[in-house]
Ligand binder design. Structure first.
Ligand SMILES: [Mn+2]
Length: 458
């Protein structure tokens, strides 16, 4: 089904982008954004298509083979009150192709549905670009996106033609700047409609994780659990997964980006599931760790309680003015203190701060605590400003995901601690004075997990 209209916020975002340019005294800006392309899997079969997030953020257009050119008022022929002009290059209507591939918007739809001021067939891009860019002073275009050799060459040719058209001006090629910096800063601060979509993706994803508590059985394959998650996501309204699910039982849980998802789950092992669905291009990112059987073992319990206590402490820290670095330090120290108490540093007498400062904690906790979350699972936005860790502000969304991992070959710890991987991850919106936990519904209290598992396996 194709869209007949889109919400006004897409056009509003384009206006805000150019308001930002004028505030920064950037006159005559041109922005050129290419859509994602369809990638061939084999012969005439493609991989599942997903639009580039920034392209979708500013256009709402989910077709491959599209290019969006935005010209600031000074660089366009526009006389209207708008501060920019939107020009969309799209795949033109084609009865024969649409019979095979489905309906297209075409040049007319690009204007009627997506509000372009002008639209042309994609094939005319190379010929029209030099003129469109001829009055611009600054070009915002991202070089070297994946699979962008053709796009990059087209842009360089257009710039060369712009320069030639000026005759002997002594000028160089127009400077090319990455638009992802400005668009990323916009995407970092979530507007109400974005927050609503993230709440929906989170709710569906949390329910899927909760369903696993009742559905997982010893003897199942990890791939079957992955299929259950996909089923719940899709059935409840997520178009697709926000990222490939990690379904890791036993020793696999200690592998951070485990992707094979093809081993049998055994009673007594831990199952780590990192999976999130996507709603209209907005991601959820949830990790839960549960026993394959009805209960965690004694040592698994100690590790789980340590990670959960640490995760709750970290979530409580989230509020404007705090940085991810501060949260990560507190998480690392809490885990270090727990590991020292559990004797995991071979009887080492040391302070948690020293265990963190020396880097020793990385043996059990090698990753960061947080990343931005939004349209991309590792979302756009700068992590530092002027070389300093950025302070949280209302509207930002981040994950809080401490973990604890012990590989099979770690001879320094008691056997009961080996082959353990625990991670607990929630999605947190920063609000004035504190936070909102989008994924609060996903069960993580150990007593509740074990009572659900006991019911499921009786
Ligand atoms: Mn994550």
């Amino acid at each position: 089904m194709i869209k007949t209209s889109i919400p006004s916020y897409f056009a509003h975002r384009r206006s805000r982008l150019f308001e930002g340019f004028s505030k920064q005294k950037v006159d005559g800006a041109a922005v050129v954004l290419f859509s994602n392309q369809e990638l061939t899997r084999n012969h005439d079969v493609h991989f599942l298509f997903r639009q580039d997030s920034s392209f979708y953020y500013l256009t709402g257009l989910d077709e491959p083979g599209s290019v969006c050119v935005l010209l600031s008022k000074e660089a366009s022929s526009l006389s209207a009150a708008k501060n920019h002009e939107t020009i969309l290059f799209v795949a033109p209507k084609d009865e024969e192709k649409e019979l095979w591939e489905g309906e297209r918007y075409g040049v007319e739809g690009a204007m009627r549905v997506f509000g372009a001021d002008r639209s042309y067939p994609l094939a005319e891009l190379g010929q029209r670009l030099p003129e469109l860019l001829s009055t611009a002073n600054r070009l915002f275009y991202r070089l070297n996106r994946p699979h962008s050799e053709h796009e990059d060459r087209l842009m360089i040719e257009a710039l060369e033609k712009c320069k030639k058209a000026q005759g002997r001006s002594g000028k160089a090629l127009m400077t090319v700047e990455d638009p992802q910096i400005v668009i990323g800063e916009m995407r970092l601060f979530k507007a109400p409609e974005e927050i609503e979509l993230m709440r929906r993706a989170s709710k569906i994803s949390a329910a899927a994780h909760n369903s696993l508590l009742r559905e997982v059985k010893p003897g199942m394959n990890e791939s079957q659990v992955e299929a259950l998650i996909d089923f719940h996501f899709r059935k409840d309204g997520c178009e697709r997964n926000a990222y490939p699910s990690i379904v890791a039982g036993g020793k696999n849980a200690a592998c951070l980006h485990y992707r094979r998802n093809n081993e049998i789950l055994r009673d007594g092992d831990i199952l780590l599931v990192d999976a999130g669905g996507e709603c209209d291009y907005y991601a959820a990112d949830i990790t839960r760790t549960i026993p394959v059987g009805a209960k965690f073992s004694g040592d698994q319990t100690k590790a789980y309680d340590l990670v959960l206590k640490t995760q709750k402490m970290a979530i409580e820290m989230v509020k404007p003015g705090v940085s991810m670095v501060q949260i990560h330090r507190a998480v690392s120290e809490s885990l270090a203190e727990g590991c020292l108490q559990l004797g995991l540093f071979n009887g080492l007498q040391s302070s948690p701060a020293d265990v963190v400062a020396s880097g020793a904690i990385k043996r059990y906790y090698p990753h960061q605590t947080s990343h931005w979350l939004g349209m991309d699972v590792h979302d756009a936005g700068l992590y530092q400003l002027n070389g300093e860790p950025r302070l949280l502000e209302p509207g930002m969304v981040l994950t809080i995901e401490p973990g604890f991992y012990v590989q099979a070959n770690n001879e320094q710890v008691a056997p009961g601690f080996r082959n353990i991987g625990i991670r607990i991850e929630d999605d947190i919106l920063v609000v004035a004075g504190g936070y909102e936990n989008f994924t609060l519904d996903a069960i993580k209290e150990r007593a509740q997990i074990e009572s659900e598992r006991a019911k499921a396996l009786k």
